[in-house]
Design a binder for this molecule. Structure first.
Ligand SMILES: Cc1cc2nc3c(=O)[nH]c(=O)nc-3n(C[C@H](O)[C@H](O)[C@H](O)COP(=O)(O)OP(=O)(O)OC[C@H]3O[C@@H](n4cnc5c(N)ncnc54)[C@H](O)[C@@H]3O)c2cc1C
Length: 398
């Protein structure tokens, strides 16, 4: 790619898009770089939204991602609605067409919505605007209902309790995070919520909301009525691939790519000049099984964006993306950190489980081999697990 051609278009101005732009410039790309995003904001980071911003311990500058000096043509507040692969163009809402020589798909994921109608005080939480709205309402006497006690729902509950808000946290599984981390970790997290005064109801679903024009509460699957002035639906997120429909790319709950982050066509071959990074990608990993992995993890977006950008510039010598995945979440002063793929384990080894002291240490194995680990406030142990996993991954043939 050279200056003077149509240049590189990045769709998605969040973490993966911003990191891809920085990497493109760092690796010497001097040509035209256009970044499109449906949101009106310059790049910002999402983890602080459900932590410092909601807890009101930091202002929005804590979430800014550096984007000055990268020589980017911003197209913000505009949605890409169609990709024409043979024509090398991206069509935006409103009909404008952006030509490209190289394309980075970084459209992330969208929160799964409530499946039905709901009062206006029921929403999702993913964007800066969502965080602004909820931050403004917390601590003012409103009662909050959080639907889903996964990572996001848990952090929302924790931040809200920190602001003195009364919180109902409703979870369908027997423990929070059970499918991701298993029952022991789930009980650990449940204990943290309960100790903080959250009303956690497991094995329970929200059936319907009460209040037609203004939310007054919800009726749960066991018939219980709970009162609420605000509700957040935290039922996971799905890769945003709708705009790629009909483009001839392989979509399987994510845009499927190869180990070089190159988007695959429906014929299974890499499509020249199109790479993918972040939450939107489905990518192969030796520990992930035949369908590969989709991860909504900060580190994954950063690391895959780096590989995607390099390989867009130097397709003849593609770098391989084969990370030891990692993730963190903050709950009531406990930093939970995970490495590897705990969800793929068939056995767990619990080395420490002390919710009162905020300490946790669990190893996850499959067929006897370490495939993941989870720690609470034990950074040294996590580093040791990471090293073991990296070493094991190094033994798997490329
Ligand atoms: C509240 C919150 C807290 C989190 N906390 C943690 C944490 O503690 N630890 C951790 O590891 N991870 C955390 N994550 C996950 C992490 O933030 C994501 O993995 C990361 O944001 C992924 O970046 P991305 O660029 O791939 O996607 P996204 O951040 O989803 O960004 C995609 C961008 O693409 C844009 N877009 C989508 N479709 C279109 C279109 N058709 N046209 C134009 N633009 C489009 C969107 O507007 C969006 O800005 C958190 C996520 C959230 C929401």
């Amino acid at each position: 790619m050279t200056a003077g051609d149509a240049g590189i278009v990045v769709v998605g101005a969040s973490l993966a898009g911003q990191r891809a732009c920085a990497a493109l410039r760092r690796h010497g790309y001097r040509g035209r770089l256009t970044v499109v995003d449906a949101e009106p904001h310059l790049p910002y980071d999402r983890p602080p939204l459900s932590k410092e911003l909601l807890a009101a311990t930091a202002d929005e500058s804590a979430a800014a991602l550096p984007s000055a000096g990268l020589g980017i043509d911003w197209v913000l507040g505009r949605r890409a609605r169609r990709l024409d692969v043979p024509g090398r163009t991206v069509e935006l809402d409103g009909g404008d067409v952006l030509p490209f020589t190289g394309l980075v798909v970084a459209t992330g994921s969208a929160p799964n919505p409530w499946p039905g109608t709901h009062p206006p005080e029921v929403g999702v939480f993913r964007t800066l605007d969502d965080a602004r709205a909820l931050r403004h309402r917390l601590g003012g006497g409103d009662r909050l209902l959080v639907i889903g006690a996964g990572f996001l729902g848990g952090e929302l509950a924790a931040a809200a309790r920190g602001r003195g808000t009364s919180v109902e946290l409703v979870e369908a599984q027997p423990q929070p995070l059970r499918s991701a981390l298993g029952p022991v970790a789930g009980e650990f997290v449940a204990a943290l919520h309960r100790a903080a005064g959250v009303s956690l109801r497991t094995r329970t679903r929200v059936g319907s909301f009460t209040g037609d024009h203004r939310l007054t509460g919800a009726i749960l699957s066991d018939g219980t009525r709970v009162a609420a002035d605000l509700a957040v639906v935290a039922l996971g997120a799905s890769p945003r691939t709708g705009w790629l429909a009909g483009a001839g790319l392989r979509i399987n709950r994510g845009l499927v790519c190869d180990r070089h982050a190159r988007a695959l066509g429906t014929d299974g071959a890499p499509v020249p000049g199109i790479v993918v990074a972040g939450d939107v990608a489905r990518w192969p990993h030796p520990w992930a099984g035949p369908d590969g992995a989709v991860l909504g993890h900060w580190t994954h977006a950063v690391e895959q964006a780096e590989v995607a950008a390099r390989n867009l510039l130097d397709p003849a010598h593609p770098a391989t993306y084969r990370p030891v995945p990692s993730f963190w979440s903050d709950l009531y002063g406990v930093r939970l950190r995970a490495v590897g793929f705990p969800a793929f384990a068939d056995t767990v080894e619990v080395h420490e489980n002390d919710p009162d002291g905020g300490r946790l240490d669990i190893a996850y194995r499959r067929d006897g081999e370490l495939v993941g680990a989870l720690t609470g406030n034990r950074p040294g142990r996590l580093a040791a697990y990471r090293a073991q996993l990296a070493e094991a991954l190094g033994r798997v043939p490329a």
